[in-house]
Design a protein around this ligand. Sequence first.
Ligand code: G
Ligand code: G
Ligand code: MN
Ligand code: NA
Length: 254
Amino acid sequence: LALETALRLAIQNRQLHLHYQPQVDMDSGRLCGVEALARWTHPELGEIPPARFIPLAEECGLVADLGHWALREACSQLSAWRAQGHEVPSVSVNLSPTSFHNLDLPRMIAKTLEANALQPEDLTLEITESVLLDTNPSTMKTIAEVHARGIRLAMDDFGTGYSSLSYLRRLPVNELKLDRSFVADLENDEAAQALSAAILGIGKSLHLTVVAEGVETSEQKSLLREQGYPVAQGYLFSRPLHPDAFGRWLEQRV
Ligand code: G
Ligand code: G
Ligand code: MN
Ligand code: NA
């Protein structure tokens, strides 16, 4: 309960931050986008990982506030980078299924984009297959409305879920993110290679962007590139960085 109060205050008192990780074009090395990842630095407890505080936010009804905060923060950061002359094509924000219970979400996002002089295609929302287990009647409606407004949707952690592939027909996604567990096993596991190739095939045949996550070694990068993966993300390119460090990362590359 103490941690719950602390999280409530953290959202108010700006103890939460977003770090940013680049997504890189395999052929040109150019930046394709950045993923925003939430970080909580507690004054006494130090870094609390999202795997800990997101479920907590879910339990105490704060996850929608967290989502709004992340959307505003990420859009404002994208706009700030552009004002500094950096070419950052888009930003991706992770949203919990609960965020889609709110039928007002699409309008709220549209206002946030407008306030930061951004276009709908500048923003990607990362969702997981767990949205399909969500029985709230608003969820699918909100997702459809977000899509109709031109905001992109990415299916995160793709390949690890429990549902069938038919959800790709039910959810209007633009992007698949190959889960990093496949990438981690690529070098020693032929099954992982076969599955990453098959997932790329599914994505391509549905005209989706496919992003390989968790790329840590140049061997993994080469294998994925040979398979035809267009975009990669992972420690090989950069860890998630504080916005200032991300600015320096951008400057170093030009
Ligand atoms: O940053 P890290 O790799 O520790 O993230 C762990 C998990 O937390 C990932 O599954 C990621 O999608 C999730 N996560 C990170 N930031 C956010 C956020 O702002 N909102 C939600 N809902 N999940 C996030
Ligand atoms: O579930 P989601 O894809 O949103 O989670 C992203 C998480 O993966 C973040 O916590 C991020 O810190 C982590 N991550 C990003 N790149 C790498 C990587 O190359 N290797 C590993 N092990 N984790 C990574
Ligand atoms: Mn993600
Ligand atoms: Na993922």
